[in-house]
Design a protein around this ligand. Structure first.
Ligand code: NAD
Ligand code: UDP
Ligand code: UDP
Length: 322
């Protein structure tokens, strides 16, 4: 439903998976959306359908450099998000999280905008508390292959809280747990996209380690509703708040479901586990339920069906144009 007062909203990382859905959602609510992205992992194709909308504007820009625009709200999503992508240029990953946060906070401070940070469940590292609540400080390796992402996001959270304390900014921090759905990048090595593409192609499903590690998967539409609900909480609520779907599955269970839904003949292939791969992960979303009046509505089966349909079409189009 359209909102009463139209705002000018900046979405950094707006050409990415979550960002493109968020731009769409905000436009549908009647807002002006400025999408800022350097196409590091995002694509023009993700936002091509929005260019005809007069309320949509795109700016190609790297947020590690200052940005001077006039906006009412900022959703700061810019950052490579999958291990393959964020480990490709780890220094740039840390810069995007840290310098990017400083620039976006500096911008929010100058124009008095409200600002939301896309943080991550990775701030908990390989968690020793289960399920994870917001007051758990985490178990993060500061010098490993995942550190550029985990520590970058942790430092961004620190900056958000300090800009709040020092400059009285209106900030919101969302700790996002694994999210999946249409427009996931096909080559970013995420488990859902990998398994779906492998199953549809009849190729072996690559299970890392013994496949008994767990994750909780949230469908993209639920996540976008959570971002919007968090942005619109009263100013005295900053988070951090966990957003994700508490359903917890092993990678073996996920593979079985995807094989069944795609009616695939793929077999399982076991591969070495990447370093520092968290063993268990599930959000406690009590706080989100209370403060955001939000909970996920899409179950794994339904969400996977939508995702499978998306990749089926994408793969057909690709082979048609190849
Ligand atoms: P994505 O890679 O699809 O999107 C990130 C976008 O940021 C891309 O369009 C990329 O081009 C852009 N970008 C990267 N560096 C930039 C820079 N320096 N300047 C401008 N743009 C830049 O990833 P996503 O899954 O949509 O993730 C969006 C945000 O949510 C990220 O901050 C990520 O850390 C966070 N997050 C995502 C998940 C998930 O499961 N998808 C989980 C936890 C947190
Ligand atoms: N900044 C920006 N856009 C603005 C205002 C600031 O990109 O509209 C950047 C600016 O480059 C600065 C950073 O945000 O380095 C932090 O700004 P802040 O005002 O907090 O600090 P200072 O300008 O004192 O370094
Ligand atoms: N994984 C897997 N096979 C794959 C890709 C990933 O078994 O082809 C595992 C991976 O080791 C991890 C889980 O799936 O335990 C989730 O991986 P993903 O990269 O999607 O997210 P993250 O590790 O960042 O939660």
């Amino acid at each position: 439903m359209r909102e009463l007062h139209s705002k000018r909203i900046l979405v950094t990382g707006g050409a990415g998976f979550l960002g493109s859905h968020l731009c769409e959602f905000l436009l549908a609510k009647g807002h002006d959306v400025l999408c800022v992205d350097n196409f590091y992992t995002g694509t023009k194709a993700n936002i091509a359908h929005l260019f005809g909308n007069p309320r949509f504007e795109f700016l190609r820009h790297d947020i590690t450099f200052p940005l001077y625009v006039e906006v009412d709200e900022i959703y700061n999503l810019a950052c490579p998000a999958s291990p393959i992508h964020y480990q490709f240029d780890p220094v740039q990953t840390t810069k995007t999280s840290v310098h990017g946060a400083i620039n976006m906070l500096g911008l929010a401070k100058r124009v008095k905008a409200k600002i939301l940070q896309a943080s991550t469940s990775e701030v908990y590292g390989d968690p020793q508390a289960h399920p994870q609540t917001e007051n758990y400080w985490g178990h993060v390796n500061p010098i490993g292959l995942r550190s550029c992402y985990d520590e970058g996001k942790r430092c961004a959270e620190t900056l958000f809280m300090d800009y709040r304390r020092q400059h009285n900014l209106r900030v919101k921090v969302a700790r996002i747990f694994n999210t999946y759905g249409p427009r996931m990048h096909p080559n970013d090595g995420r488990v859902v996209s990998n398994f779906v593409i492998q199953a549809l192609a009849g190729k072996p499903i690559t299970i890392y380690g013994d496949g008994k590690q767990t994750r909780s998967f949230c469908y993209v539409d639920d996540m976008i509703r959570a971002f919007h609900a968090l942005m619109n909480t009263p100013d005295d609520f900053t988070g951090p708040v966990n957003v994700g779907n508490p359903g917890e599955y092993t990678m073996l269970e996920l593979a079985e479901r995807i094989i069944a839904l795609t009616e695939s003949s793929s077999r399982l292939e076991f591969k070495p586990i990447p370093s520092d791969d968290p063993v268990r992960r599930r959000p406690d979303i009590t706080l989100a339920r209370e403060k955001l009046k939000w909970e996920p509505a899409v179950g794994l089966e339904d969400g996977l069906r939508q995702t499978i349909d998306y990749f089926r079409h994408a793969m057909r189009n690709e082979s048609a144009t190849a």
